[in-house]
Design a protein. Structure first.
Length: 118
């Protein structure tokens, strides 16, 4: 069983930066970030494998960076130059294999709100 706890959400202005953290208990393999805006489906943002290969949604590529610290068992999402359309609840998730679909991930955090103001 894996438990995930996100932190670091909040209010950020367009052009600023914000870093989300996700602390995991238990062994993790692929770690991912998803987000869900009001009235929309949860969508893939980024993922990182155990060997640190990274994958991004086109909408955040070149602006967001996912990384992991295997000693601390923590994954991060560095959000640079956020836009108002990045406003959403961000969820950390863990999976046994790489995927970009919600159903690919077995474990989820409680989510953290990110609001980007223009």
């Amino acid at each position: 069983q894996v438990q995930l706890v996100e932190s670091g959400g909040g209010l950020v202005q367009t052009g600023g930066s914000l870093r989300l953290s996700c602390a995991a208990s238990g062994r993790t393999y692929v770690m991912g970030w998803f987000r869900q805006a009001p009235g929309k489906e949860r969508e893939f943002v980024a993922a990182i494998t155990g060997s640190a290969s990274t994958f991004y949604a086109d909408s955040v590529k070149d602006r967001f960076t996912i990384s992991r610290d295997n000693v601390k068992n923590t994954v991060y999402l560095q959000m640079n130059s956020p836009k108002p359309e990045d406003t959403a609840v961000y969820y950390c998730a863990a999976a046994y294999q790489l995927g970009t679909r919600v159903n690919d991930y077995a474990f989820w955090g409680q989510g953290t709100q990110v609001t980007v103001s223009s």
